[in-house]
Write a protein that binds this ligand. Structure first.
Ligand SMILES: Nc1nc2c([nH]c(=O)n2[C@@H]2O[C@H](COP(=O)(O)OP(=O)(O)OP(=O)(O)O)[C@@H](O)[C@H]2O)c(=O)[nH]1
Ligand SMILES: [Mg+2]
Length: 129
């Protein structure tokens, strides 16, 4: 059995109630779809530490506060993931796609217009509920 990949995911919300999305590079797993920024939790790292590190590396934001949102286990067939998702409502900086990825701030009610990985359906439901 393949190992489960533990991923720290941030639903970053700005003061205008917009959410930050990033486009997954085409060549990666679930490439071409939109995601909430985040990445793998490394050995000896807590989820909070991984989230802070990944959001700095990927979108140049300094995370100041997080709040647990939900946890999702999903099996893509080719990969099993455990998404540990947090709200990020307090941060510093201007978002930039530091890895060359397209990013955009999207009003909550517009989120349904974007294509996400399958595991994200439950996150969307929660955000929009
Ligand atoms: N960051 C992020 N990953 C997600 C989301 N939804 C989702 O299913 N994933 C999955 O979580 C896994 C971890 O993504 P990742 O960016 O850290 O890792 P990666 O394997 O694509 O690349 P990497 O090894 O270069 O870090 C991927 O398989 C990705 O498809 C999401 O909203 N955000
Ligand atoms: Mg990532």
């Amino acid at each position: 059995m393949s190992k489960v990949v533990h991923v720290a995911v941030g639903v970053i919300q700005d003061p205008h109630n917009r959410i930050l999305l990033a486009k997954r590079p085409q060549e990666l797993h679930q490439g071409g779809k939109w995601e909430f920024p985040g990445g793998k939790v490394e050995k000896l790292e807590s989820t909070a530490e991984a989230l802070i590190r990944e959001l700095k590396e990927e979108v140049d934001l300094d995370v100041l506060d997080t709040e647990p949102l939900m946890e999702i286990h999903h099996d893509y067939g080719d990969k099993k993931v455990f998404l540990d998702i947090h709200w990020v409502t307090n941060f510093k900086g201007d978002a930039k796609g530091l890895e060359g990825q397209e990013i955009c701030w999207v009003a909550k009610e517009q989120l349904t217009q974007y294509e996400f990985p399958e595991a994200n359906k439950a996150i969307l439901e929660k955000i929009l509920s």
